[in-house]
Design a protein around this ligand. Structure first.
Ligand code: AMP
Ligand code: MG
Length: 408
């Protein structure tokens, strides 16, 4: 049996990063930057005022105070979006509004709250040393600064920064097309009433959602009965996919079906991985397309997708970090016996007094779909002996990128 790490390494060794495409920045949320984004200009690109007030020469303000105001001639006005045509001369002040370029000659802005104006004369009630209220060129970003490295997932903050520097369109990796196939005579598709002995299938809906959340484009192939011709026909539709995910048909009895097709059209490795849930796992190449054969049990399919499928997609996307983070948690719940296989327990993390407490989401059978609901992490019960009990420390693999715990 392979370890989780060995299985993951073997899968990832067949995965390469996809090509880049240029897209509008406004559509780039969640996309992965394909190249370093570097500033080609400074930000701000011109010195401008942080306040509404008066642009002045700092030397002219020396000694100004409420009791002995300095009086300057109001020479003009410059709102944001305009450039003052003249120069601020000795004894002059120019009215200036937030964001407007500092006029030539001026080296300070006194905010309007510290001034009084009457009859074309501005009285300064305070000194304004050089640089006061001025946002200098490059204060935020300098030319050549790295705005975001290749492999960054673009969020609102990155999008704002790239917009401010004119990085548009933006080069991102192409979204992987991930074909999803469910196998099993017992499966009824969404919208159809299950016949006697049939079940409503849930793996494809789960995987489509999880694939989309991982940043890829799901392509639904539907359900193949447990017959070689049907599986073969469905898989033919997956030829243009970047990755194929199948579920079911990898347990001992079914294995020959998938194996037969893949050995005709590529290659297959069938593994038993030392983990629970999710022991049986197939990996192969369909032509040149990697295929990950997940177990049919819904919880096993979900957990193996998280451990092997999602990192594969994130590697295709060229993400800086292809694995989700693990955090140290304190376990709370019934004793869990360690075993030869590593266990991944669906758990909900709660922040309590600075500690992340991990409580299970209920019964953990691989058919208990409701154990996935509300899970924010997978508690990792390492291989070994003895039990893990309330108060023990353990690692947990986060299932969400955003704040994965609630407050108490
Ligand atoms: P298998 O891996 O094909 O032996 O399936 C194992 C278990 O998972 C069986 O109880 C199947 O009915 C169930 N199963 C397989 N595929 C799906 C699916 N797409 N949706 C829900 N349950 C499934
Ligand atoms: Mg089956």
């Amino acid at each position: 049996m392979l370890s989780v790490e060995e299985a993951r390494e073997r899968i990832l060794s067949h995965i390469t990063t996809l090509s880049a495409e240029d897209i509008p920045l406004t559509g780039a949320l969640g996309r992965i930057l394909a190249r370093d984004a570097v500033a080609g200009e400074p930000l701000p690109s011109f010195a401008n005022t942080a306040m509404d007030g008066y642009a002045v020469r700092s030397v002219d303000t020396l000694g100004a105070s409420p009791t002995s105001p300095v009086r300057l001639r109001l020479a003009g006005e410059v709102p944001a979006g305009r450039v003052y045509a003249g120069r601020v001369g000795a004894g002059e002040a120019v009215r200036i509004l937030t964001g407007a370029a500092i006029p030539d000659g001026a080296d300070a802005v006194l905010e309007q709250e510290r001034t009084e104006v009457a009859d074309g004369i501005v009285s300064l009630l305070a000194e304004a040393p050089a640089g006061t209220n001025i946002r200098p060129v490059g204060d935020d970003v300098r030319v050549g600064d790295l705005l975001a490295p290749q492999g960054t997932e673009l969020g609102p903050a990155e999008i704002a920064l790239l917009a401010a520097l004119g990085v548009h369109p933006v080069p991102v990796t192409r979204r992987p097309r991930v074909a999803i196939l469910s196998t099993g005579d017992e499966l009824a598709p969404l919208g159809e009433h299950p016949g006697p002995g049939q079940i409503r299938e849930s793996n494809a809906p789960y995987l489509a959602a999880a694939v989309a959340r991982a940043g890829a484009e799901p392509v639904l192939l539907g359900i193949a009965r447990d017959r070689t011709e049907e599986i073969r026909a469905k898989l033919q539709q997956a030829a243009s996919a970047d990755l194929v995910l199948s579920s079911g048909g990898v347990s001992v009895g079914d294995y020959d079906l998938v194996k037969q097709i893949l050995s005709e059209q590529g290659s297959i490795d069938f593994w038993r991985v030392r983990m629970r849930p999710g022991k049986p796992l197939a990996f192969g190449l369909l032509g040149a397309t990697p295929l990950l054969g997940l177990p049919g049990n819904p919880v096993s399919a979900a957990v193996t997708f998280e451990l092997f499928g999602r990192p594969a997609i994130r590697k295709m996307l060229g993400c800086r970090q292809i694995e989700r983070p693990t955090v140290e948690v304190v376990y709370e719940g019934e004793d869990i016996e360690r075993a030869e296989r590593r266990q991944f327990v669906r758990t909900r993390l709660t922040s309590r007094g600075g500690t992340l407490v991990s409580g299970t989401t209920g019964a953990q059978g691989s058919h208990i779909i409701s154990s996935l609901r509300g899970a924010t992490a997978l508690l990792i019960v390492m291989e070994g002996e003895g039990v893990i009990r309330t108060g023990d420390h353990a690692q947990a693999l986060l299932l969400n990128d955003a704040m994965p715990w609630g407050n108490e």
